[in-house]
Design a protein around this ligand. Structure first.
Ligand SMILES: Cc1cc2nc3c(=O)[nH]c(=O)nc-3n(C[C@H](O)[C@H](O)[C@H](O)COP(=O)(O)OP(=O)(O)OC[C@H]3O[C@@H](n4cnc5c(N)ncnc54)[C@H](O)[C@@H]3O)c2cc1C
Length: 439
């Protein structure tokens, strides 16, 4: 994430710096008035560039999955670029308000002269000016509900749909209030590119075009419930782009509820059927089995994600760690390895559960692993005191010099494992993690 955001900020700041170096201010200008004005330009530029990036990422760009490491990471980058954009927007607004402090402090004599525009340009600039403030207040409110984790997700999702409109208002503000001299300089070219990307992405979102090319209709064939997990198998009406084991899809059961992401827990069977295991984690998923019946139509969008089966690597030990419902991508991996054409895969699979006696996945994992001699299955049942720690991964026993840990489960467990492995394995460990959270 930092490798994208920091260079973007640096490029924008450098372009702004080039313009600043070429600007001559009137001789009586006070340094604080100059700092205020240039600060407003810089924060405005950074804010709109980051917001444009955030809008692009919201379109679920499959072509960015490879360079950015999957859609879950794209969404994380979308979230952080949005948060940073709004923070720069707030700084821009505070700098604007700072004139009320500067006036009594240093007077208005050293203030930079306002550039006069005539006719339509002046009307448009006033319009752009009027757009900025309400749009900024609305984005600040959106940021507050996004960070307030208790705000219900389904309501947040509907509210979040207003973002393209707010972006368009802010884009208009930025385009109309940027100094005219910008448009003949690198900073203007960069801003034009950012605005073009953001505006196209916003219209795609408003027109409902996001993910449309990856959507297929299908129907539910079977629904089974065991403990708090619902197993759902669907048949797609038409052939879709075959998924790779470990990928996920968005399922829409009804348009009011909208699309939810779930890992495809089955391998590509070639018969257009796919299976999901859905844990009751919230309002919708808790009552899923009661609402869904076989024969019901669904819309499925995907496949997405890069948490894909890791093949044998001669110098690296493969460790797979699943926590609770995080087992779903590994079920797909194990199912795909059952194919007689697959070479023997070597890996340690650690499955962490609260209580192995009532867990719906333990038996399934044992059956799948029984046919795969290279996969060593370890069950860690918390109720029986078997808690997974970095030490129990037994990495040091390995003859291999490096390790790849593939992790899907609670982020607290991932952090504890990373911390525990960091010192001994620093530089020799690759930790791959699938995030089940997008907000
Ligand atoms: C890549 C990925 C793969 C996943 N795979 C599985 C899986 O195989 N099995 C499984 O049980 N769960 C999986 N999840 C989690 C699953 O999407 C959520 O548990 C589910 O959407 C919760 O919906 P809810 O309305 O019941 O819960 P709520 O109480 O409304 O939400 C609980 C949390 O779930 C997430 N969430 C809710 N709705 C959405 C949505 N429409 N889009 C994105 N996130 C949402 C949010 O983080 C929210 O805070 C996966 C999530 C991701 C991102």
């Amino acid at each position: 994430m930092k490798t994208i955001l920091f260079p973007l900020l640096a490029i924008i700041a450098a372009a702004w710096g080039l313009d600043l170096a070429a600007t001559t201010f009137p001789p009586n200008s006070h340094i604080l008035w100059i700092v205020r004005q240039e600060g407003m330009y810089l924060t405005g530029l950074l804010s709109i560039a980051l917001m444009s990036l955030s809008m692009l990422l919201a379109t679920r760009p499959a072509w960015l999955e490879k360079p950015l490491g999957g859609l879950d990471r794209i969404y994380r980058l979308h979230k952080w670029s949005g948060i940073l954009a709004i923070s720069f927007g707030a700084s821009h607004w505070l700098l604007q308000l700072s004139s009320d402090i500067l006036k009594p402090l240093i007077g208005v004599e050293g203030r930079l002269p306002k550039i006069k525009y005539d006719g339509l340009l002046e009307v448009l600039r006033e319009l752009g000016d009027d757009m900025g403030e309400p749009a900024l207040y609305a984005t600040l409110a959106m940021l507050a509900v996004t960070l307030w984790r208790r705000f219900p997700y389904h309501l947040w999702r509907h509210l979040h749909r207003v973002m393209p409109v707010l972006y368009l208002m802010l884009a208009l503000h930025a385009a109309l209030l940027a100094p005219l001299t910008y448009w003949t300089q690198p900073v203007g070219v960069l801003m034009a590119v950012c605005l073009a990307v953001g505006v196209v992405s916003s219209f795609m979102s408003l027109a409902g075009m996001i993910g449309r090319r990856r959507q297929v209709n299908g129907s539910v064939i079977t629904v089974n419930r065991e403990a708090d997990v619902t197993e759902l198998t669907c048949r797609l009406d038409e052939q879709w782009q075959a998924h790779r084991p470990g990928q996920f899809a968005f399922i829409t059961f009804d348009w009011i509820e909208g699309a939810h992401p779930f890992t495809i827990a089955s391998a590509d069977r070639g018969d257009r059927t796919i299976t999901f295991f859905i844990k009751g984690l919230g309002d919708f998923t808790k009552n899923l089995a009661q609402h869904i019946q076989s024969g019901q139509t669904v819309k499925i969008e995907g496949p997405y994600g890069r948490f894909q089966l890791a093949r044998n690597q001669s110098d690296s030990r493969q460790i797979w760690v699943a926590g609770g419902i995080g087992v779903t991508p590994f079920l797909a991996w194990l199912e795909s390895l059952q194919s007689p054409t697959e070479e023997t895969q070597e890996a340690d699979l650690h499955y962490c559960t609260r209580n192995h006696e009532i867990d719906p996945f333990v038996g399934r994992l044992q059956t799948l692993c029984a046919a795969l001699p290279g996969i060593r299955l370890y069950i860690h049942s918390a109720k029986h005191g078997e808690v997974l720690t970095a030490g129990s991964l037994k990495l040091s026993d390995s003859k291999k010099n490096k390790a790849d840990v593939w992790f899907c489960g609670p982020s607290g467990l991932a952090d504890a494992l990373k911390k525990g492995l960091k010192d001994e394995w620093n530089g020799r460990l690759r930790f791959h993690q699938e995030a089940f959270e997008m907000r």
